[in-house]
Ligand binder design. Structure first.
Ligand code: CP3
Length: 340
């Protein structure tokens, strides 16, 4: 039963024999099997919109890595398309977006991204593993929309915050509304947990972050009322300077997924009754196997001194295309052989 999985038990604070593990971008270009499937699609968006391919990709890490949870294969930018935002993924450049003014956005119609829910249903039919659904967080999505492409410091959304606070809030509330529907439809389709990705949270000042977080709390609260059993995970980069505010403002979030800018001791202290996920610097995967092993054990030892559940292993951010699969597998195996 999926309910008895290490991943879900750990998020609920129940007793577990070892910490669970999954990795962000676990099905990605570093995997030869991913590249093979990817070659069957016209482009990346077509890949996400084809439930047959998306299902196969989602399932790859179960057999190839032995992870404890699967994550839906899609992208955070996908649900912007029904709003009327044009989204393209250019091979060298990454995503490129063109959005109409927010007053002209269409109401989010979930049937326009039926392929996402269809993929969830198919994965649930084919695998016993817990399946994580996801979305971007309002800030990270707004940052992309205003910038039109990826960026080092996402100045456009921050400029808007100071130039036109009302518009800043209007965009965030529009996105929040869409995300409630989108995520609740993922639960209905069968997602066992949800992760909200705030990859660009680190570009915010603590004041701005505090003013913004009620949108994330609103989404989490809404979902907790609809589906109290489904854990909500909030991933935010910039945990080092933002974790205390996140802890204060996000009462309805079950798990905080942190990057490597925060000492694990601080996280354990700061998120006392909440689950924690992540923390290891992903670039450790460029080192030799012994170093990888030592880093994992060091982290897990520190966590296990403080708690024996309410922790899920992950990296501080996603796997990169130039990482070696053998080392990724070794990382997963190391976590799985650490008994509590
Ligand atoms: O974690 C997973 O394995 C699930 C699938 C997933 C993808 N993107 C697949 C993907 C998830 C959860 C995402 C989320 C996502 N997408 C985020 C938040 C997490 C993060 O990484 O910070 C962001 C910021 C995006 C936006 C995005 N999508 C970028 C910046 C890029 C291009 C960068 C790159 O790696 O090329 C993408 C494309 C993308 N999304 C790829 C994958 C596997 C690579 C596309 C390809 O196969 O060519």
């Amino acid at each position: 039963m999926v309910e008895d999985s290490i991943f879900l038990k750990s998020l609920r604070g129940e007793e577990i024999p070892r910490f669970g593990v999954w990795l962000m971008r676990q099905a990605g270009r570093y995997m030869p099997q991913y590249r093979q499937l990817r070659a069957k699609a016209r482009d990346f968006l077509d890949f996400c919109q084809n439930p047959t391919l998306a299902t196969e990709v989602t399932l790859l890490p179960e057999k190839l890595l032995g992870v404890d949870a699967l994550i839906l294969f899609s992208d955070i930018l996908v649900p912007l398309i029904p709003l009327g935002v044009e989204v393209k993924f250019l091979p060298q450049k990454g995503p490129v977006l063109k959005a109409p003014p927010p007053e002209e956005w269409k109401d989010f119609e979930p049937s326009e991204v039926e392929y996402v829910f269809e993929t969830i249903k198919r994965v649930k039919y084919l695998s016993e593993k817990p399946l994580i659904g996801f979305s971007g967080a309002p800030y990270t999505l707004a940052a992309y929309i205003l910038e039109g492409e990826t960026s080092r410091d996402f100045r456009e959304i921050r400029k808007l915050y100071y130039q036109n606070r009302e518009k800043f809030h209007f965009i965030l509330s529009k996105l929040t509304q869409m995300l409630k529907t989108y995520l609740s439809e993922q639960i209905k389709a069968g997602a066992d947990a949800l992760q909200i990705f705030d990859s660009w949270a680190y570009t915010m000042s603590p004041q701005m972050f505090a003013e913004y977080l009620p949108y994330v709390e609103d989404i989490a609260q809404f979902l907790k009322e609809e589906a109290p059993q489904t854990p909500i995970i909030y991933f935010f980069r910039g945990s080092g300077h933002l974790y205390q505010i996140a802890g204060q403002k996000l009462k309805s979030v079950d798990c905080f997924s942190i990057d490597w800018t925060l000492r694990i001791e601080k996280a354990l202290e700061g998120f006392k009754n909440k689950a924690i996920q992540g923390n290891l610097d992903p670039t450790v995967l460029y080192a030799d196997k012994k170093t990888i092993e030592r880093s994992v054990i060091e982290l897990l030892t520190e966590v296990s001194k403080n708690r024996k559940t309410l922790y899920v292993f992950n990296l501080g951010h996603g796997l990169a295309p130039d990482m070696e699969m053998e080392k990724v597998k070794h990382l997963v195996d190391t976590v799985k052989s650490f008994y509590l």
